[in-house]
Design a protein around this ligand. Structure first.
Ligand SMILES: *Cc1c(COP(=O)(O)O)cnc(C)c1O
Length: 405
């Protein structure tokens, strides 16, 4: 057993980040300024997006995207039920109705599920690139185009991910990224919106800062640079240079972080795929999976321990774990509100019933990951349902290697 507790997640902050934050503090420029603009430029270059707008969180990014599209009361927005509450909360904030849909076995919203959920009131769909793997975007774009529906991508898990060779953020109408402390790169709190639509970008920029016209002083130069006009009642969602100071360096290191996440995922896969009692994440073709999460699912028909007990036992072995996510339709607000259509969510229920996410972050050593695997393996052996004679589950399945990753 490990002597020290292995937290579920830890950020990777280096000396460059720390020096850059100190530089911001000493410079006197601590809110939105040159470093925020630099971070936006770098993010555009990294993703290949035409426009990038740095904001205070991914929640704000999703909210501003929908608001800039004019979504409001009477409108419906399709949201997968297996996501963080922010994805649907922002729809409710605007007075619109989140329409929850089921996901596929990889936790992804499919074009078929989106198609089924579309009504005359549907204005947008929010695919979530769950765990760091992109949704089937060609199919989703076809469905959206056919019905005149917008796509706002929740890419909180997916900075650096790719679909058919195209980076997430590059082609989207509005793509929301998160730099929350646990995400693949962090600014403590923070987010980014990318878009290929310059008009939408202009409106999002405006409502991210009170609805103030940034260029008013140019048009009214005789009245001086103190002059601005409020064109609509916007919000307050700008990123600060202190956050951007972190982001600039995190982004430079991102591909290294992703590579390490992929290595650790391959290690998990190599050690755990021999257990029929576990379902492991699947890598889809034509995707760059950036492994924000490594969720495994316990098969209840083969194990006597449930997920809660498994997480307790891991904790006793000094290993942190988490759950992604409690499906939205289970939360009282969404469950009880008459405004949300009650549907069946068999796949989200199946995933939720047995899933836990193992620790996965670049600060982990191979030895850390090996210890996680050893603990999981012990627990599987300990809680294995008695097999039929002559049919040991561990040996009846061909051992897979990490080569599939
Ligand atoms: C973390 C997360 C968010 C919210 O990100 P913040 O930057 O904390 O607002 C939204 N959607 C998903 C799927 C997330 O995991």
């Amino acid at each position: 057993m490990r002597k020290e507790f292995l937290p579920y997640c830890l950020p990777m902050i280096g000396d460059e980040e720390i020096a850059e934050v100190v530089d911001s503090l000493r410079s006197g420029w601590i809110t939105t300024g040159p470093k925020t603009r630099l971070f936006e430029d770098q993010f555009r270059a990294y993703t290949g997006a035409l426009q990038a707008i740095a904001v205070s969180s991914c929640t704000a990014a999703l909210h501003l995207s929908l608001a800039a599209m004019g979504i409001g009361p009477g409108d419906e927005v399709i949201v997968p039920t297996l996501t963080f509450c922010a994805t649907a909360n922002v729809v409710a904030h605007l007075g619109a109705t989140p329409v929850l849909t089921d996901v596929d076995r990889n936790g992804l919203l499919t074009p078929e599920a989106a198609q089924k959920a579309i009504t005359a009131r549907t204005r947008a769909v929010i695919p979530v690139h769950f765990a760091g793997q992109a949704c089937e975007m060609d199919g989703l774009r076809q469905v959206a185009q056919k019905h005149g529906v917008r796509i706002v991508e929740d890419a909180a898990h997916a900075v650096g991910a790719a679909y058919k060779g195209e980076k997430i953020g590059q082609m989207g109408e509005a793509v929301a990224f998160s730099f929350y402390a646990t995400k693949n790169m962090t600014t403590g709190e923070g987010g980014m919106i990318t878009t290929r639509d310059p008009e939408l970008a202009e409106r999002m920029r405006r409502i991210a800062l009170h609805g103030m016209s940034r260029d008013a002083w140019k048009r009214y130069s005789e009245t001086g640079s103190w002059y601005y006009e409020v064109l609509e009642p916007g919000y307050k969602a700008n990123m600060t240079d202190i956050q951007a100071a972190l982001g600039i360096h995190q982004l430079r290191r991102l591909d290294g972080f992703i590579q390490r996440r992929q290595q650790l995922a391959a290690l998990y896969h190599g050690r755990l795929s021999r257990f029929a009692e576990l379902e492991l994440p699947e890598e889809l073709p034509d995707r760059r999976h950036v492994y924000h999460l490594y969720p495994i699912r316990l098969r209840p028909e083969l194990l006597t321990a449930d997920r809660a007990l498994f997480i307790e036992e891991l904790k006793r072995n000094n290993i942190g774990a988490s759950v992604h996510f409690i499906p939205l339709h289970r939360h009282p607000y969404y469950r009880n509100s008459g405004r949300y259509e009650q549907r069946q969510f068999p796949e989200a229920e199946r995933i939720y019933s047995g899933s836990l996410s193992l620790p996965l972050y670049p600060r982990m050593s191979d030895a850390d990951a090996e210890a996680v695997c050893a603990s999981v393996a012990d627990l599987v052996r300990q809680y294995r349902r008695p097999a039929f004679p002559g049919c040991s589950v561990e040996t009846s399945k061909t051992e897979l290697t990490g080569s599939g990753l």
